[in-house]
Ligand binder design. Structure first.
Ligand code: NAD
Length: 356
């Protein structure tokens, strides 16, 4: 069993903790929190051992009647691997702590790429994290994860000449009451490219990609408007079939009546997804179009959850525990990744494609 500690128990951390707890080959040894808030209470209710992320604040937990299992250093010392899910920049500051105890660590996409030995996306470059001298990995951001999952089968099957993506980004997560805009549409950043294209190049160094960012007053999901010039000219039906074969891509059929991210989230909740999470890229099937060698499509990315399966696979890759196919299949099966609509006759597979 892999002993996993989660440092930072917010939007991503609480989901990673639940996903770790669901794995047959992993044990969640604890989660570290800075303060005894509602999320700490939820962790206690789930029976997760709680560690003080900031030792000087341990008394606050005791005063709130919450028992601690120890301080974050105790967790780092015991763990086989730490998943750092602290806010952007804190992960980099925590790196020294993990190095002190020689504990392999996984960081998140809010950190700069140089925080870790490799940037990671399970479908695209799992094996780069496996060598023994690789001790740290960065699971790329929600948007980069979504783009990498899309680019992986397209580069393998057809080759990609050029990708141009406009990312319509949610202003904040539902719990981020301080974020905005409230009533505006912001080119963000106003310059081109946004940071997403260079981030995709940490996974696909050779892909020519330009990205533009726009921020809107929404909290549910991001939406990508994608144009990719392929090196071949498949039909739209062939591209749809290629994408439908991927377990972490969900092709949304027109018949479902899902016309936006609101209904996507409703669908996730109606089908019993925990927290209404959508771990898959949600690609509107009818948007998948070919004009010559130009592919067009819209996809939505649930920013709070698409990186969760990737964190689980990153744990196995970093410890060289399983190969990619086995890890992704285990993750998908235990979490229930591989959303299928009963309206859609095309989807058959829930397991990832193999290389052959
Ligand atoms: P969050 O603010 O929801 O959660 C972070 C948690 O870490 C909070 O509970 C905070 O109190 C805690 N924390 C702060 N300082 C700490 C410290 N020193 N030690 C331990 N815990 C500490 O943030 P998040 O949205 O979960 O983001 C975490 C990381 O994941 C960031 O790098 C972010 O860029 C990345 N990420 C976020 C999203 C998203 O949409 N939320 C998507 C993909 C990746």
């Amino acid at each position: 069993m892999i002993q996993v500690g989660v440092n930072g128990y917010g939007t991503i951390g609480k989901r990673v903790a639940d996903a770790v707890a669901a794995q047959p080959d992993m044990k969640l040894i604890g989660v570290a929190k800075t303060q005894p808030n509602y999320e700490a209470e939820a962790a206690v209710r789930k029976g997760y051992p709680l560690y003080a992320a900031i030792p000087e604040r341990a008394d606050r937990f005791h005063e709130s009647g919450i028992d601690l299992a120890g301080e974050v250093e105790d967790m780092v010392m015991t763990a086989d691997v730490i998943v750092d899910t602290t806010p952007s920049g804190i992960g980099a500051a925590n790196r020294e702590l993990y190095e002190r105890y020689d504990t392999p660590a996984i960081f998140q996409g809010g950190e700069d790429a140089d925080v870790a030995d490799v940037s990671f996306n399970a479908r695209s470059n799992y094996d780069l994290a496996r060598p023994t001298d690789v001790r740290t990995a960065r699971v790329v951001s929600c948007n980069t994860t979504g783009l990498s999952r899309l680019l992986a089968p397209l580069t393998e099957e057809y080759g990609v000449e050029k990708a141009r993506v406009t990312l319509v980004r949610r202003g904040g997560d539902p719990g981020q009451t301080s974020r905005g805009p409230i009533n505006d549409i912001l080119p963000d950043p106003v310059s081109v490219p946004s940071h997403h294209g260079p981030d995709v190049n940490t996974i696909f160094p050779d892909v020519d990609i330009d990205t533009l960012g726009v921020k809107v007053p929404a909290t549910l999901m991001h939406l990508h408007s994608v144009n990719i010039t392929l090196e071949a000219d498949p039909t739209a039906a062939e591209v749809r079939q290629l994408l439908a074969n991927e377990s972490r891509l969900f092709l949304v059929p027109e018949e479902t009546g899902i016309d936006g991210t609101g209904k996507l989230k409703e669908f996730a909740m109606d089908t019993g997804r925990p927290r209404g999470d959508l771990w898959e890229n949600c690609i509107w099937e009818d948007s998948v179009s070919m004009e010559g060698r130009d592919l067009y499509l819209f996809q939505s990315i649930h920013q709070e959850s698409d990186v969760i399966p990737e964190n689980i696979d990153a744990i196995r890759a970093l410890l060289d525990w399983e190969d990619r196919e086995t890890s992704m299949a285990t993750t998908d099966e235990t979490l229930g990744v591989g959303l299928e609509s009963l309206f859609d006759g095309q989807r058959q597979r829930v397991v990832p494609r193999t290389d052959d």
